[in-house]
Design a protein around this ligand. Sequence first.
Ligand SMILES: C[S@@+](CC[C@H](N)C(=O)[O-])C[C@H]1O[C@@H](n2cnc3c(N)ncnc32)[C@H](O)[C@@H]1O
Length: 278
Amino acid sequence: MNYRHAYHAGNFADVFKHAALALLLQHLQKKDKGFCVIDTHAGIGRYDLSSFEASKTLEWQNGVAAVMHAAETPILAPWRKVVAALNPNGGYRFYPGSPLVARHFLRPQDRLIVAELHPQDRRVLSHLFEGDKQVLVRPADGYATLIKQIPPFERRGVALIDPPFERTDEWEVLIEVLAEAHAKWSTGTYVVWYPVKDLTEVARFHDVLASLAIPKTLIAEFHIGPAAPESFFGCGLAVINPPWQWDEELQALGDALAVALNRPQAKTIVEWLVPESA
Ligand SMILES: C[S@@+](CC[C@H](N)C(=O)[O-])C[C@H]1O[C@@H](n2cnc3c(N)ncnc32)[C@H](O)[C@@H]1O
């Protein structure tokens, strides 16, 4: 396990994922009944952008920094509020990872389950949520945790699956896990983050995901620039059971992000792989 998210926290792909998650959680808040968020690959939850790791890559400059300096837009506002809440004195030195984005939107009746396998990172994560009765930290494999914890007793909620793509079979594992998870909890919302580096690889993933024929399967990609060999030029979210109109919000989110990052060549692609009536 070599991947450390601290080198990448707050980059454009993190902002797209976390801003999308904030919008999704706002949808879940529309009903009083409690919901459960399962974050299978949680990271450390809170990132100090002045750290050695973040300073080495400076990826956050083309992400959170640019967006926080840009004009406010309603679609980015829910996520910006999470960043602001973690930095009460202003700025964005402390960057909220997915567990803290999720925690921000929990009401007393909601729960968060986070899994992290890296020995050092899971200690930091456990410390972050020490004494928090609404959060269960599992120092375990995220995929196994997901299958074990579903369906949650609330029957409503979201699983965020955000692996580091270190293992060569990650795409295949994702498909297997989604099929198994959906068979156990068909009404849950599933959100898988994936990198866009190789369009052939991504197209294959879309094809196999579509072949599962799970109704309401959506993809939303944000490409920061044109495709270039060996470069990480975009990211995507594969979603099962998105809330109503979240597809339109994701399009608006990508468009707003392109403006905030000052990337006229950026593009957002939102497509139904399997529509509701399939
Ligand atoms: C992309 S990072 C997660 C970032 C986080 N979701 C966020 O948005 O703030 C992936 C994380 O998964 C962890 N990881 C790798 N394999 C894992 C596994 N099998 N189960 C749980 N966590 C794993 C890594 O240590 C790393 O912290």
